[in-house]
Design a protein around this ligand. Sequence first.
Ligand code: DX5
Ligand code: ZN
Length: 223
Amino acid sequence: MTFRIAPSILSADFARLGEEVKNVIDAGADIIHFDVMDNHYVPNLTIGPLVCEAIRPWTDAPIDVHLMVKPVDRIIPDFAKAGANIITFHPEASEHVDRSLGLIKESGCKAGLVFNPATPLSYLDYVMDKIDMILLMSVNPGYGGQSFIPAVLDKARQARARIDEYTAKTGREIWLEIDGGVKVDNIAEIAAAGVDTFVAGSAIYGKPDYKAVIEQMRAELAR
Ligand code: DX5
Ligand code: ZN
């Protein structure tokens, strides 16, 4: 399995965001996770398309935009223009999930659905063909630095089974990402549940040596 590490810039130093993006990729990360919060769908207010555009020149790595906003649709083209590569949203925040996924695909980005800890995977039932990534929240969205919710491991196993069945049928790959409370000491257990893409905010940006943390995570994944 190919594993990907996606640092969440939510925990980065916002006064030096370009450098923080570059440094974490130079330290061995694969993807930049970009958390968009609107103080409406979730508490907290973060960053939008202007900031995505501003960091775009700092790396060639994919920018993974996690929309925690309601409504969803009207912000999609702005993020695509700002250089996003992957856009995910919470199905509860969209009136028309299939339409929102279609808008993301039309804009040239990869698309995904995000599942809060208590959101059922049944939202996937009729839209697998439009999905490139499933993102499982292992905390309630809104803040960095929360503790991992262990019940999500069982959900990860269920999502992995759905993906494997779909890939066997179609030959098309879907990534399984997890977000919230991922640390060096739980990443191996999460990978064993079938996750291939790991968002980590405070675990990486909270430490002075990003390379050391990412190396420790990769060593755990290789066990
Ligand atoms: C939470 C965000 C996460 C957050 C993760 O709503 O979606 O991406 O930054 O932070 P940690 O890794 O510190 O739990
Ligand atoms: Zn996120």
